[in-house]
Design a protein around this ligand. Sequence first.
Ligand SMILES: [Zn+2]
Length: 384
Amino acid sequence: MLRAIKYELNPTKAQKTLIKQSCGCCRKVYNVMLDRKIGAYKKDGTTLSAFELINQLPKLKSELEYLKECPSQALQQVIKNLDKAYQNFFRKGGNGYPKFKKKGIKDSFRIPVACAIDYDNWTVKTAKIGTIKIYKGHNKQIKGTIKSYTITHTNTGKYFISVLYETMDKPKLNNNKSVGIDIGIKDFATLSDGTVFENQKHLKSNLKKLRVLQRTASRRYQKNKKREEQSNNWKKSVRQVAKLHERITFQRNDYLHKISTWIANNYSIICIETLNVKGMMKNYHLAQAISDCGWSKFVNMLEYKCDNLVKIDKWFASSQTCFECGYKNTNIKDLSIREWTCPVCGTYHNRDLNAAKNIEREGLSLCGHKVSGCTMLAPRTPPL
Ligand SMILES: [Zn+2]
């Protein structure tokens, strides 16, 4: 099983410069190669493969001396990433056409070999940059084989290393307790046993603050000037926006980690609906709410934290079906209906709880378990 862990780095001044330079080199190579790919296609309709582009690297390095400062595996990895970006573009329903990289947006480089981490001193030995200190904090140690690592430089002046590793250990929990999870906008998640995880309120207030800061930044932007020529006030605003963005991301991730860990520690079979997040994002009003919730991130976390995650088709009518008698009430498509009474059996339903129970039953039947009826419980708050 592949897992990733992220540590914050504490590089020296010289190391910071080296990291920034390496990010710059990777960005340069990416942009040059993208340009060559586009050029070759325009010229005679040929597609340059990753192999061909990697073969062009030595020549490019002799033209641009500074590329030699960067770990060479990182540069090759960039070309592989570019190739991946193309494959994603051609895949059905895939991403957009690969774009040229800009400075300050996701500055990073990946090295596809192991790094050595010394947990006595909390340092990591990396290619070309040398031994960098790690902030210990509450971080866990890696138990497994390291596959690759990525060093990132954020626009708020922080440095991180994400380490991808393979582990053999299988989670220990086997209490045969199952649960269905309904993810929503009003409440973040409702479990089939009645536990409700609310959406965070302080996140909302931060989003309001963010909107104000963004407005200030755009007011201070002078259209006819280049980025470097903009006023110091504009630069300050941009920094503030980036800092708040980062805080919001941290808060959200922290919450998602807490919920997913709690669920993984309490249930051994977890059923969840696969969401059509992309389709939902097209709905403008839903989009903001969804991107705040971080649903796909949450499903991702459950995926690596739980042993038995059963995903149910997104077309399964979990909220419309009565859990007791199976009657399908199509009026419930309207998201504003929070509670309803089944016209056939007369059961009173909480929309999300009913959905969660249906998801649990469907999930269990998918993995061949016999399911008996559940009793309705009043929503309760989780002990986080
Ligand atoms: Zn019914």
